[in-house]
Design a binder for this molecule. Structure first.
Ligand code: GAF
Length: 391
């Protein structure tokens, strides 16, 4: 996102804060949504992921309080200011959007950080339920603001861990660590190669425009929710696979040993498919990293398409709308395409030559009309900055 746009967001959000709370905020922060280029459902298996930040972001105007009160307001949800007492915050007690920011405050305090209250106004441009990490953006922007205002001196990856804890325990969604780390740690013009076991990171230059390519996000408008059962079932299946194979996490099965590992799973067909996806997906991430680092960007296209087939056939988390995007794009000259994020709806990504973007966009839109699906929302994704203070 250009500085000019970020400043405009910051100004409008600060003004609304002042209207709501009667004084100017102590600061304004932003945290982006993300697209995952490759490495899906590997994060809760201690594996590799490769997200980049979107220009779409959650912006928070925030002031410190000292009286144990948390006041929350969102420009994106109808309703007034919610007022909560910090001492009353308790896991899974809140089924509303307020659980995300309140969960972060709870996680910080539970970890021993002296957060004594806050007034918060949030506004986000990250589409919700689209597999683009709108929840992580909300969590991370609040965590970063409180980190600054209460001088907690926590690093990006530490904030990400606390945000994941907020989502796992306070909200009750069994997500991995990718989205929060992406929002906290991504850098403009780069994809983040992240080892989710130890959170070691490498920023990989990813400037498609300079090479005459574009990456489109196709939001199918099919909404998904991680707290619903299927995500958790996949996670449990992977954990069962690791237990049957005698490893801490599926990350510990080397690609070269995959066939032997699958043979050892006997008649556990369901688990075998999950294991095959995770082990091959980790290898795909490593392949994409080495292709990008050796300047063979176009060659990542087929790897993305392989990843989609694995998510569709082995992990079984695609849906007709996502498959339609991928099939149509690949049949119409895209370099690669795959679903991105948790699945069961949400978004797909399409890697294309710049010169093919208009035709591909039209063809995908027409395919949706012909299939009788809701029109998708299609936009270009440019690798953007991670969480930061705007003012
Ligand atoms: C969701 C989760 F929040 C992530 O942790 C990750 O598991 C992803 O689905 C799938 O890769 O976004």
């Amino acid at each position: 996102m250009s500085e000019a746009v970020a400043d405009k967001d910051a100004g409008a959000v600060a003004e609304r804060f002042t209207e709501l709370y009667g004084a100017e905020p102590h600061g304004v922060w932003a945290a982006p949504g993300r697209v995952n280029l490759i490495g899906e459902h590997t994060d809760y298996n201690d594996g590799f992921v490769m997200p980049f930040a979107l220009p779409h972001q959650a912006v928070a105007a925030v002031s410190r309080r000292a009286d144990g009160v948390l006041r929350l307001h969102s420009a994106d949800v109808e309703g007034g200011v919610s007022e909560l007492r910090l001492d009353d915050l308790s896991p899974e007690s809140d089924k509303n959007w307020t659980a995300y920011p309140a969960g972060v405050v709870w996680a910080l305090r539970e970890a021993g950080h002296a957060v004594t209250g806050a007034d918060i106004h949030l506004a986000s441009t990250v589409p919700s339920g689209a597999g683009l990490s709108s929840s992580a953006a909300l969590e991370v922007v609040v965590a970063l603001a409180l980190n600054d205002l209460f001088s907690l001196n926590l690093r990006g990856w530490q904030l990400a861990r606390l945000c994941q804890r907020a989502e796992n325990v306070y909200v009750g969604a069994p997500v991995g660590i990718m989205d929060q780390t992406a929002s906290a740690c991504c850098e403009e013009g780069h994809a983040l190669f992240l080892d989710t076991r130890d959170l070691s990171q490498r920023q990989i230059p990813f400037d498609l425009a300079a090479e005459g390519m574009r990456l489109l996000v196709v939001d199918t408008q099919v909404k998904h929710s991680h707290s619903e059962g299927e995500y958790g079932k996949r996670r449990e299946g992977c954990e069962k696979g690791a237990a049957l194979l005698g490893v801490d996490a599926l990350r510990d099965i080397p690609y070269a040993d995959l066939d032997a590992a699958l043979a050892r799973l006997g008649d556990e067909e369901e688990v075998r498919r999950l294991v095959r996806h995770i082990v091959t997906e980790n290898e795909r991430v490593e392949r994409v990293v080495s292709l990008l680092e050796s300047g063979e960007t176009r060659a990542i296209g087929p790897v993305l398409a392989e990843g989609h087939a694995s998510l569709r056939d082995d992990f079984r988390i695609s849906c007709p709308e996502l498959d339609l995007v991928v099939d149509t794009a690949l049949a119409s000259g895209a370099l690669g395409a795959r679903m991105t994020g948790g699945g069961f709806g949400g978004s797909a990504i399409v890697l294309a030559e710049e010169t093919d973007v208009d035709a591909l966009t039209k063809t995908i839109q027409e395919a949706f009309t012909t299939a009788g699906f809701t029109a998708p929302r299609i936009f270009e994704a440019v690798p953007s900055a991670g969480a930061r203070r705007l003012r």
